[in-house]
Every structure is written in C-alpha cells, then in structure tokens.
Design a binder for this molecule. Structure first.
Ligand SMILES: NC(=O)c1ccc[n+]([C@@H]2O[C@H](COP(=O)([O-])OP(=O)(O)OC[C@H]3O[C@@H](n4cnc5c(N)ncnc54)[C@H](O)[C@@H]3O)[C@@H](O)[C@H]2O)c1
Length: 274
C-alpha cells in the first residue's frame, strides 16, 4: 500500500537503527524522507540509500535544530510528519560496558539461583555524573521539544501534521540501572499527551511508540545479557526494527486519523497493555 504518498517526513537519529527502518518503510509507502543524524556523512549515506535527503543536527542543541529546520523548510516547506527518534542509551563511548554487562549477568544468575545478597547491587544512579544525566535528558527530552517546536511552526500554520515521539517500555515499566533513561522516556510520554491536547484543534496528531527490546546497535553491547532478557519476553526474543517501523507507518498515516495522545508498544508481550 502507499499510505504516505505526497507526505514529507523528518526522522531524527535515522542514519541507522529504528530511525533508518522507519525511513525505509516511509519511502516504501510513498513519503519523501529527510534523514537527520549527528554526523552528516552518515545521514547522507542512509538518505542516498533510501532516496531521501540527509541533514545534520544535534537535536539537544536548539541552534543546531533551528539551522536544520531552515534546511528542512527548503526541502519540504509543508512538512507533514516529524518522528522524534534520536536517542542514546548512555553506554556510548564508555569503557566499562563489558564489565557492567558481566556484573548484570552475574546478578541475574544469582537471582535465578537464590544467591542474591544485599552486597549485590548496581549503584548506577549514585555513579551517574551531572553531565551524563543532562546529556540523557538533553538528547531525549530537550531534543523532542526543540524539534516539535520547530515542526509546529510549520504544522500550526498549515493546520495538519503528525508528530511521533520515541519512548520506551523503560519509561513505563522502569528498570534498575537506567534511571536517567527511564526519566527521559517517561517525560516524552507526558510531553506527547499534553502536546496532543494542545494541537488537536489544528488537526495535528501527536503519538508515541514505546518499543520493547529491539535488535539494533543500541542493544548490541548487552551481549550475553540479550539472551537472559529475551528469556523474560513472552515471545522469547528481541524484536526487529521493522516491528517498530510498521507501528510508525500506521501512526503517521491517515489510517490513524482517530489516534492522538496514544502510545503503541510493540514489545513481544514484555509489558502488556497500557
Ligand atoms: N533498540 C531498542 O531496544 C530501543 C527500545 C526502546 C526505545 N528505543 C529508542 O529508539 C530510538 C532509536 O534507537 P536505536 O535502537 O535505533 O538506537 P541506535 O543507537 O541504533 O540509533 C540512534 C541514532 O540516533 C543518533 N543520535 C544520537 N544522539 C543524537 C543527537 N543528539 N542528535 C541527532 N541524532 C542523534 C545516533 O547517531 C544514531 O544514529 C532511541 O530513542 C531509543 O532510545 C530503542
């Protein structure tokens, strides 16, 4: 089907992973896509592969976002869709990831065999620096706000549009060791619902996806934890990027014209219902 014919879409953090999968499905459905990422070469490489346009911006920087939207307005003066997908896990660039994963695996085994003691804990929050906390909220929460604000300057005037924000099951379900990520993803859900109210009269819909565990570069560092996590998912496996891309196609198409302020959670049954 061609659900997005004639539509233009900006997808942030789309050089790879879920953003790239969403962009690919959008193109298949007839949309013109603008691929954002931090690195222009990476954004352009994906854009060339898909037949779209590549733009660089750090979504956590309001000036960078404003500059990007100047380019977006030239490519797509009537932007129809914004997908706020750019995100970080907090593991990027850390040299203790393997060690932390090893500790997670050890704790999981101890929990399974009843050997967990009050000496087995993950002090992730105490060890989180101000910069790490700010960066996490900066990319996810500030980035979602800055991009939505710029997109609405276009969408409010044209009185139509769809904004899709990427949350996570961690934003609703929580998970030890990830308080900054959980806080950021929960904030995105509150932002989504409130903005949906604000712009509904202008025919702009605002929704969110809260993915479960999906196989991308973001989850790859989990290594041996992946199979332990997968064993807790009722479907017994991680999802594929396309599982999220299809939800995005639906929420951004006219098929979802009665959907606003909603969260769809493709998660293999990890977290059932809202
Ligand atoms: N993979 C999962 O299991 C999973 C689950 C739930 C939610 N999510 C969310 O989905 C989104 C995409 O995740 P993914 O798995 O594809 O991750 P990924 O790491 O594969 O891709 C994220 C992309 O965002 C880009 N990016 C990071 N910071 C940016 C910034 N400040 N400005 C612009 N671009 C930036 C990265 O360069 C990268 O290309 C994220 O918001 C993530 O939190 C992922």
């Amino acid at each position: 089907m061609q659900r997005l014919v004639g539509k233009s879409a900006l997808i942030t953090g789309a050089a790879r992973g879920l953003g790239a999968a969403i962009a690919r499905r959008f193109v298949d459905e007839g949309a013109t896509v603008i691929i954002n990422d931090l690195n222009l070469d990476a954004a352009q490489a994906t854009a060339e592969d898909l037949g779209g346009h590549g733009v660089a911006a750090d979504v956590s920087d309001p000036d960078s976002v404003a500059n990007m939207f100047a380019q977006v307005r030239e490519i797509a003066p009537n932007l129809d869709i914004l997908v706020n997908n750019a995100g970080i896990s907090g593991m990027e660039g850390r040299n203790d990831v393997a060690q932390r994963v090893e500790q997670m695996v050890e704790r999981a085994h101890k929990a399974a065999t009843g050997e967990l003691t009050d000496e087995d804990y993950d002090d992730a929050t105490v060890q989180t620096t101000n910069d790490e906390w700010r960066r996490m909220l900066g990319v996810h929460v500030d980035g979602t706000f800055y991009c939505a604000r710029e997109a609405l300057k276009i969408m409010n005037a044209q009185k139509h549009g769809a904004i899709l924000n990427m949350s996570s099951i961690i934003g609703t379900f929580g998970r030890g060791g990830g308080t900054a990520y959980a806080a950021a993803k929960a904030a995105i859900l509150g932002f989504t619902r409130s903005l949906a109210h604000e712009v509904v009269s202008r025919n702009i819909r605002v929704n969110a996806i809260a993915p479960g565990w999906i196989e991308t570069d973001m989850t790859a560092p989990l290594g041996p934890m992946q199979s332990l996590i997968a064993s807790q998912v009722p479907m017994n496996r991680f999802g594929e990027p396309d599982d999220i891309a299809w939800a995005a196609v639906y929420l951004c198409s006219d098929e979802a014209k009665y959907m606003t302020g909603q969260v769809i959670s493709p998660n293999g049954g990890w977290y059932m219902s809202q």
